[in-house]
Design a protein around this ligand. Structure first.
Ligand code: N85
Length: 841
């Protein structure tokens, strides 16, 4: 049907090395060298001159200047990793929410000072150049950003870990707000080129789809399977360097782009159907065209399954290619030297694909291949929400990946045998645990495939991991208790403090030195300074500077004026009912009702900021955005609120916005229904930057509160257990009737006060709050939330007290570094040795 890969006109590496091609001498790291290189790239690479004043080109020239310094270190690191004795790990993820790279490269290369000096010398505004870079928004939210923080920490710890993902042409949509409604615009982030990526066509992989399977016998009489008459797609890798912090190491993020196998299909071309052959190319490229913008529900689209298989297949083949270059067909040590971490179930088809490659391609028998697979795969779960659990129709597998379906059936049959031996006669259990969910339209349960095919299953915070083994995965826990473990999430302090919070970083460095940048637990040395008035004053100045900056962003993007002396109360995250932005806005309405009633004695002026994207098909989440905007409009336009209350919805929340938001926040809203937020990671960014948390006992909030102490955390709400128990007799209408504050809030909402020209607009939301089956039980936690908010407001009025608590939050945030998280993954799951880059010859 199409030409073999060898015939494809791709670059390849010759096996004969050319000794004349020595590396040039190392590049200097001082301001003069940076300045000279910058001018070189600007003039001779980009072909611009002093008359062109676009920040796009100055940004590009600076990126190239940094990139060339990454390149030398990258090569020495990868050479060291490729020594045969090293074990390596691969992080397989459909999402890497990297954000911008320029600042991170400057920081981790140790070039921050030199670059600032060089740019000043050239009369250029570094800030402006930084702002020119588009965010690499290749993820939805927490799960994708976690992958990005993991990459930074692994490079800093010198762990040989490679990230594998997809190079979406369009990342997370850009959110516009028009008349209070969310509008989505495509995010063509690659439009102006991407200086950080390096295309590597020489490592292109072919990926099969469709077709059918055939059985044949080899000369010994053994039966094998062939997957034939497939429609193939090429996966071309693009590599991004991931620098460690001032350690000479540079890891790799390898993202696959789908392209057609042949520029022109010769048969079609000769038959005269030229447009059809070009169209085939188009169809192939669709696979990596766009990131699916759902963060909490699977939509069962065929294109999404194609994305998942392309990632799994191309990545495994890439790893096997390198393995076979050294070991030929000897896989006896493969599991000892390789480990794949599956970021949720999204890349889980890798379990079946590794079996297929080992058995069908490399001739291993089933048992040997299964032994390898089960000892190489590890699975991380990120959610308990049933609607987010991936299931694929068997019929879709049959038409798109017929060989993989056969393998899944075989894995399942053998697995159910094991279950039947352990629990003879327990048919209900067999049905519950089967990888295939039977029914009119049978489904493949991807989480079960992930558990059966791996040696480790982890949750992402202590409570989450406990709930997993008690609930969702209970049967599997009874079978294999030792496979289950917890790895509490973290965030990288390089981006989330050292880069994004200069005022506080300078204060920290002055006070306890800069060891915290690689050893976050050193922040505990700050605790005694909470008692020093002079230090508190400096802390306050740093926070205030950050609040001024945040207020500027809010003014620019929303037109709302925030007073930097007011309490900055912030909730930014994806919009979802379980995260309860609705509870937040009910509290805002309550504050407004108090103002209107003249109940403002001992008032704490407050600025409430809410931001986040709703999945485009999640209508209720979009209506919540509209409600927030309408409430903000009424409140901000009412003169009675002047100096007391401001509300803004920040459009297009993203990584680079959080870099301004978290340093300037006083109060961090982490108010999910207990038991629903697996971990949260925004909570950690806020804490690290000295915000206090108002939150429920959910996800990592519990560990945050344990670390900082109950006195320095505003706790409210039902526990996960209480939520489960209260469900039986939940009666929101009685709660509303018996709770005067909530009655007043609902009256305002139901009177149409916030939608005077749009009658009935919020009926759906009102109904959801009053629904006895409301899964998020918003009304149940309202009164206690208001109480906790009052104690936060009172605490803020005592500035010295608040500053003490703020300092103690930062001081206690050491545990929430991804350096710790990665060390834990490594000790318990990966077991890698750190590897130094090879010295240059
Ligand atoms: N989970 C998360 O960000 N999930 C996704 O982005 C996601 C789910 C999903 C389902 C977060 C189908 C298709 C694409 C998808 C948890 O909610 C946080 O609590 N994308 C947690 O902190 C974070 O993962 C990191 O563990």
């Amino acid at each position: 049907m199409s030409r073999s890969q060898d015939e494809l006109d791709l670059p390849h590496c010759s096996p004969v090395s050319n000794e004349h091609l020595q590396d040039p001498p190392p590049q200097a790291m001082d301001a003069d060298a940076v300045s000279e290189d910058f001018r070189h790239y600007y003039s001779y690479h980009l072909g611009r001159d002093k008359s062109c004043v676009s920040s796009h080109y100055t940004y590009a020239a600076l990126a190239l200047t940094l990139r060339s310094r990454l390149m030398e270190r990258w090569k020495q690191t990868q050479l060291a990793y490729d020594q045969p004795d090293n074990k390596q790990a691969y992080y397989l993820s459909l999402e890497f929410l990297m954000g911008r790279s320029l600042g991170n490269a400057m920081l981790n290369l140790g070039l921050s000072k030199a670059v600032r000096e060089a740019m000043t010398g050239l009369g250029l505004q570094l800030e402006e150049m930084v702002e020119t870079e588009p965010d690499a928004g290749l993820g939805n939210g927490g799960l994708g950003r976690l992958a990005a923080c993991f990459m930074d920490s692994c490079a800093t710890l010198q762990l040989p870990v490679t990230g594998y993902g997809l190079r979406y042409e369009y990342g997370m949509f850009r959110q516009l707000i028009e008349d209070g409604h969310q509008l989505e615009e495509p995010d063509h982030w690659l439009r102006n080129g991407n200086p950080w990526e390096l295309e590597r066509p020489e490592y292109t992989q072919r990926v099969q789809f469709g077709g059918h399977t055939e059985r044949y016998k080899d000369h010994t009489g053994r039966t094998h399977v062939r997957w034939v008459e497939t429609s193939d797609v090429l996966a071309v890798p693009f590599d991004t360097p991931i620098p460690g912090y001032e350690n000479g190491s540079v890891n790799t993020l390898r993202l696959w782009k789908a392209t057609a196998t042949d520029e022109f299909d010769l048969d079609e071309f000769n038959a005269g159907s030229y447009p059809e052959s070009v169209a085939a190319k188009n169809a192939a490229e669709h696979i990596t065209m766009v990131l699916y913008p759902n963060d909490s529900s699977e939509n069962g689209k065929e294109l999404r399954l194609r994305q998942q298989y392309l990632l799994a297949s191309a990545s495994l083949k890439d790893v096997l290619r390198r393995w076979r270059a050294k070991h030929n067909n000897d896989f006896s040590l493969f599991a000892e030297k390789n480990v794949f971490q599956l970021n949720d179930t999204h890349p889980t088809i890798a379990v079946a694909e590794l079996m297929r490659l080992l058995v069908d391609r490399h001739g291993l028998d089933w048992d040997a291949a299964w032994e390898i697979t089960r000892n190489t795969m590890a699975y991380t779960n990120h959610t308990l929400l049933p609607e987010a659990l991936e299931r694929w129709p068997v019929r879709l597998f049959r038409s798109l990946l017929p060989r993989l379906l056969e393998i899944i059936h075989e894995i399942n049959a053998r697995f159910l045998n094991e279950v039947a031996r352990r629990w003879p006669g327990d048919a209900a259990r067999l049905r519950r645990m089967s990888i295939i969910e039977e029914g009119d339209d049978p489904q493949v349960r991807m989480a079960y495939l992930a558990i059966v095919g791996s040696f480790s299953v982890n949750g992402v915070a202590a409570l989450h991991s406990k709930l997993l083994v008690e609930g969702l995965f209970r049967d599997f826990y009874e079978l294999w208790p030792h496979h289950f473990n917890n790895k509490t999430n973290g965030v990288t302090q390089r981006r989330w403090m050292a880069w994004c919070n200069r005022p506080l970083t300078e204060l920290l460095n002055d006070t306890i030195g800069d060891g915290w940048i690689t050893e976050l637990s050193q922040l505990e040395q700050l605790a005694p300074y909470a008692e020093k008035a002079k230090f508190r004053k400096r802390w306050h100045q740093a926070k205030r500077e950050n609040k001024v900056r945040l207020a500027e962003l809010v003014a620019q993007d929303t037109g709302v004026t925030f007073d930097p002396d007011a309490l900055f109360d912030v909730q930014v995250k994806r919009i979802h009912e379980y995260k309860r932005q609705l509870l937040n806005i009910l509290h805002v309405i309550h504050l407004y009702a108090r103002i209107k009633a003249g109940d403002t004695a001992d008032w704490t002026p407050r600025c409430v900021l809410i931001g986040g994207k709703a999945a485009p098909g999640y209508l209720r989440a979009k209506l919540i955005i509209k409600l927030i905007n309408n409430v903000a409009r009424e409140i901000n336009n009412d003169p009675a609120t002047e100096g007391l209350l401001r509300v803004a919805f920040l459009p297009n929340y993203r990584v680079s916005a959080m870099e301004v938001i978290c340093p300037g926040t006083d109060l961090s809203e982490q108010i999910s229904t207990a038991g629903k937020e697996a971990s949260g990671t925004g909570n950690m960014k806020f804490m690290m930057n000295g915000a206090l948390t108002i939150g429920t006992l959910d996800g990592a909030n519990i560990e945050i509160r344990d670390a900082v102490g109950a006195d320095h955390f505003f706790l409210f709400g039902l526990t996960a257990e209480e939520v489960a128990a209260a469900r039986q007799h939940y009666d929101p209408n009685t709660i509303i009737a018996n709770e005067p504050h909530l009655t007043r809030v609902m009256d305002l909402l139901e009177s149409g006060y916030f939608n005077p020209y749009e009658p009935g607009l919020f009926a759906d939301i009102i109904g959801s709050i009053r629904d006895p089956h409301d899964p998020w039980m918003t009304a149940a936690d309202f009164a206690d939330y208001v109480r906790a908010q009052e104690s936060a407001a009172a605490a803020y009025r005592d500035r010295e007290h608040w500053l003490r608590m703020s300092i103690l939050n930062t001081a206690a945030s050491g545990f929430f570094s991804t350096d710790r998280t990665m060390a834990d993954y490594n000790t318990d799951i990966w077991r890698l040795e750190p590897v130094q880059p090879l010295p240059r010859d």
